[in-house]
Design a protein around this ligand. Structure first.
Ligand code: TYM
Length: 327
């Protein structure tokens, strides 16, 4: 029996942080053994925010290198730049014709971004392109963080709607959302999520941060009033976030950590967290340093060719179903 297909994507905007890693990337790596895995640097999505062209070229390559350094093996997984596989955008158009404006109006990420005054058509239809990314590969599973759940719901709706209207084409994909790590919070405000776009650099730890920078950022992380190491998101969001980060990097359940460190001072506890993060990031940093730009570019081109031929067979089937066979 053939394996199920996993698909996920990451935007090449800003540097990749431990939220991206713990919520998504780390699972991408783990799923490679069990599934047919397809991963994508979603550069077209990133264009929904203005990018400097020269810097964008660099950011795309850096994102590709980070994903490989984190453990995605481009000889095992299909890995490529979204813009190099035009089947994504064609399917996005077709799915767009099945998308109700009301459902796009409800998307919280769109609402947040448009409140900041950055609304454009691409941002509005962003979730439709995301649905096309997933469906063009007939993916069954989608490993993402918590902030993508609403977009995934739309993807499922569109798959069902297409199947109902034109006949069975797409599996209805399910999210793989980790129980812990799906929503790593900002170190400076543990009530909002760690984000690439937060102007405060101290709010996030980047995968390539030097050990000393990691120590500084963890040391300055906002903690809670009172004392004691407790896992309680209501009364101790700062410590709970650090516990979660420590738990994931040290592969130790949160409850065990709480038992072991309940009486520690915040300062001492933060040192433990910092060292676990430093150790966890060390192999990624060294893998990144050993990657050559040209090798990665070559791999990405090869990935795009393979992804195109894989997407093409589903493109043909979609075209037939909607009445676009070209005779
Ligand atoms: P992006 O590039 O914003 O983030 C990449 C992945 O990181 C997760 N993530 C987090 N997880 C835990 N805690 C956080 N603080 C945190 N911040 C981000 C995201 O949930 C995501 O899984 N729309 C997507 C990219 C995309 C995509 C797709 C994903 C485009 N097409 C198809 C899956 C399938 C995005 O902006 O991810």
């Amino acid at each position: 029996m053939s394996k199920q297909v996993v698909f996920s994507g990451i935007q090449p905007t800003g540097d990749i942080h431990i939220g991206n890693y713990l919520g998504a990337l780390r699972n991408w790596v783990r799923l490679q053994d069990e599934y047919d895995t397809i991963y994508c640097v979603v550069d077209l999505h990133a264009l929904t925010v203005a990018q400097d062209p020269a810097e964008f070229e660099t950011a795309r390559l850096e994102a590709a290198k980070m994903v490989i350094a984190a453990g995605v093996d481009p000889t095992t997984s299909l890995f490529y730049y979204q813009s190099q596989v035009p089947q994504h955008t064609e399917l996005s158009w077709i799915l767009g014709t099945l998308t109700q404006l009301g459902s796009l109006n409800r998307m919280t990420q769109f609402k947040d971004k448009s409140d900041q005054g950055a609304a454009n058509l691409g941002l509005y239809s962003y979730p439709v392109l995301m649905a096309a990314d997933i469906l063009i590969h007939h993916a069954h599973k989608v490993p993402v963080g918590d902030d993508q759940v609403q977009h995934l719901e739309l993807t499922r709706d569109l798959a069902e709607r297409f199947n109902r209207r034109f006949g069975d084409e797409f599996p209805v994909p399910e999210g793989i959302i980790p129980e812990h790590g799906a929503r790593i919070m900002s170190l400076q405000d543990p009530t909002s999520k760690m984000s690439k776009s937060d102007p405060n650099q101290g709010s996030r730890i980047l995968l390539l941060d030097d050990p000393d920078v990691v120590r500084k950022k963890v040391g300055r992380a906002v903690t809670d009033s009172g004392t004691g190491i407790e896992y309680n998101w209501e009364s101790k969001p700062g410590i709970s976030n650090l516990l979660e980060i420590l738990s994931l990097f040290s592969e130790t359940p949160v409850e065990k950590l709480v038992d072991a460190h309940a009486d520690k001072q915040y300062g001492e506890f933060k040192q433990l967290v910092a060292e676990a993060v430093v150790d966890g990031l060390a192999p990624i940093r060294s893998a990144y340093a050993s990657l050559e730009d040209e090798d990665v570019s070559r791999l990405m081109h090869k990935g795009a060719l393979d992804a195109r031929s894989s997407a093409e067979k589903f493109q043909v089937s979609v075209r037939q179903k909607v009445g676009l066979t070209g005779h």
